[in-house]
Design a protein around this ligand. Structure first.
Ligand code: NDP
Ligand SMILES: O=C(O)[C@H](O)CS(=O)(=O)O
Length: 483
């Protein structure tokens, strides 16, 4: 299929190892979820080739770490500029392989580039300490040094920004990087890598290993002693596998895992603001984000009006291929995702939920599901306990603040939570009581490079973005000098 790219060479099916583009012995088809068409035959590399990439990163490490932070920042800023100069091409490649509406894809490219800019700046402020000595002849110094080779495993739902959120702090800190993107969305990663090399990244500093053997490629990243840090975004289930595999070498880990975000609307909330916030928090990326509102709780006084307004707004959403600018909801990524959404709907309706809007597959194609609103959700419904990762909004009525906080916290997950109120005291009480790493108050959109993104409990370890995000790519060294 033609993507009408200004720079067709950005549609890069090969992997990148030590500055060389590698086609490999085998191929893995990349298909467009909107149409089922094959858009590229991507290099399907093996664990042996993953080892070559890790060796290349290891060999390139000392020279990259020896650059000044300013030199690394200058290259990263050129990369940032190239990402924005080629935003349309990168967005079209992203929508073609992942399905999200083109406007959201353009937004993701800008979001990804913002992490490269942010950490180009942060890398120049990796300060150490000089601490007054514990004895007259002792001086205590604290150095921060790059941890070394960083392995990265990223999901299909944000195939540009999830890599950018990891590679930017790693390279800014002086580390080198081996990224393994999801099999279904390798092209955003290779396009980014082409621009990174145009920006001046030396051979071996950035490596992208594409392939279908997710377990084998991942195991190599976890078990190879040259890899000193693994950073992962994806399901909690896979996060546990990686954590076990990394135990062998005590490899440092960052895990951005699954979520089950509550979205709470109190009686004193601004109704229209809460409806618009729920739409943003629920249906962004077709509901396929780890911080999507997974369950919506509305207090008695606003419940009926909220359900009616949300139903009206959702019924007006247009479903179709992401490259068509008029569509707000694109296809789900694959058949298993569709099966999960259908199973969650069937379970809820089977337990007595009331259908307010949507509730069926769209005639746009096999992977399209209409944005859906359900009310009268019964206790025990799967939608409340499991991350749907699709465009279904279950609305639950609640009576008291105490009751809803208990329901919101009754999950193994703790990534994002949202609540709407105009009461100052309630704002503090609820924000402090919610067991989540990220809380949105009167907003449904919380993600930005300036803020620390990450979860607690089964939603992961560590934070990405913000001034905290670079710490995970550094080692602290204490120097005790006798003078
Ligand atoms: N926190 C977040 O941002 C995200 C959370 N999720 C959650 O995960 C669920 C499933 O989504 P899905 O994309 O399948 O997530 P997965 O966790 O299965 O996949 C995420 C990444 O891990 C890779 N992977 C899968 N199995 C292994 C393994 N054994 N060793 C190493 N790497 C592996 C995948 O490769 P490949 O795809 O090629 O198999 C992909 O690159 C979603 O429903 C959602 O709940 C998903 C995406 C993002
Ligand atoms: O993995 C995800 O779902 C992203 O982290 C969501 S966000 O960063 O775009 O909010």
């Amino acid at each position: 299929m033609s993507l009408d790219l200004a720079r067709p060479e950005l549609l890069e099916p090969r992997a990148l190892i030590a500055g060389a583009w590698i086609a490999g012995q085998n191929r893995s088809d990349v298909t467009n979820p909107a149409t089922g068409e094959v858009i590229a035959h991507a290099a399907d590399l093996t664990a042996a080739e993953m080892r070559q990439a890790i060796d290349a990163a290891h060999d390139a490490g000392p020279a990259w770490a020896a650059r000044t932070a300013r030199e690394r920042a200058d290259i990263l800023m050129r990369w940032h500029d190239l990402m924005l100069d080629n935003q349309e091409d990168l967005a079209r490649i992203l929508t073609a392989e992942m399905g999200k509406p083109i406007a959201e894809a353009r937004g993701e490219i800008a979001y990804g580039a913002s992490f490269i800019r942010w950490f180009a700046e942060e890398g120049r402020r990796v300060y150490g300490d000089i601490i007054p000595g514990h004895q007259p002849d002792k001086r205590i110094m604290v150095l921060k040094q790059p941890i070394g080779v960083v392995g990265s495993i990223t999901p299909w739902n944000f195939p540009n920004a999830m890599i950018a959120r990891k590679v930017a702090p790693a390279l800014a800190a002086g580390c080198t990087f081996v990224g393994r993107p999801a099999e279904s969305t390798p092209l955003s990663a290779t396009a980014m890598a082409r621009l990174g090399h145009e920006a001046g990244l030396p051979d071996g500093v950035l490596n992208i290993v594409t392939g279908s053997d997710s377990a084998g490629l991942g195991a190599e990243l976890c078990r190879n002693p040259k890899v000193r840090k693994l950073t992962f975004t994806g399901s909690t289930e896979v996060g546990r596998i990686l954590m076990r595999q990394c135990a062998q070498n005590i490899t440092k880990l960052s895990l951005e895992l699954g979520g089950n975000a509550p979205f709470i609307v109190f009686d004193d909330a601004d109704l229209e603001a809460a409806v618009q916030g729920a739409i943003m928090a629920k249906y962004r990326n077709g509901g396929q984000t780890c911080v999507c509102a997974n369950r919506i709780y509305v207090q008695d006084g606003l419940h009926d009006a909220f359900v009616e307004r949300l139903g009206e707004a959702v019924a007006a959403m247009k479903v179709g291929p992401g490259l068509d600018e008029t569509n707000q909801i694109g296809p789900l990524i694959d058949q298993p995702a569709m099966d999960k959404v259908q199973a969650h709907l069937d379970d809820a309706v089977g337990r007595g939920a009331r259908l307010v809007a949507g509730g069926r597959r769209s005639d746009q194609g096999p992977l399209y599901f209409e944005p859906t609103v359900l009310a009268d959700i019964q206790p025990g419904t799967r939608l409340l306990a499991e991350e749907t990762f699709g465009p279904i909004a279950p609305v639950v009525r609640f009576h008291s603040e105490t009751e809803v906080i208990a329901m919101a916290n009754a999950t193994e997950f703790g990534l994002a939570a949202y609540f709407y109120t105009r009461d100052l005291g309630r704002s503090w009480r609820v924000a402090e009581a919610l067991e989540y790493g990220i809380v949105g108050l009167n907003t449904g959109l919380i993600s930005t490079a300036e803020a620390p993104f990450g979860g607690v409990k089964a939603s992961g370890l560590g934070r990405e973005g913000s001034r905290y995000g670079i710490d995970d790519f550094l080692e602290i060294k204490y120097l005790c000098a006798a003078v």
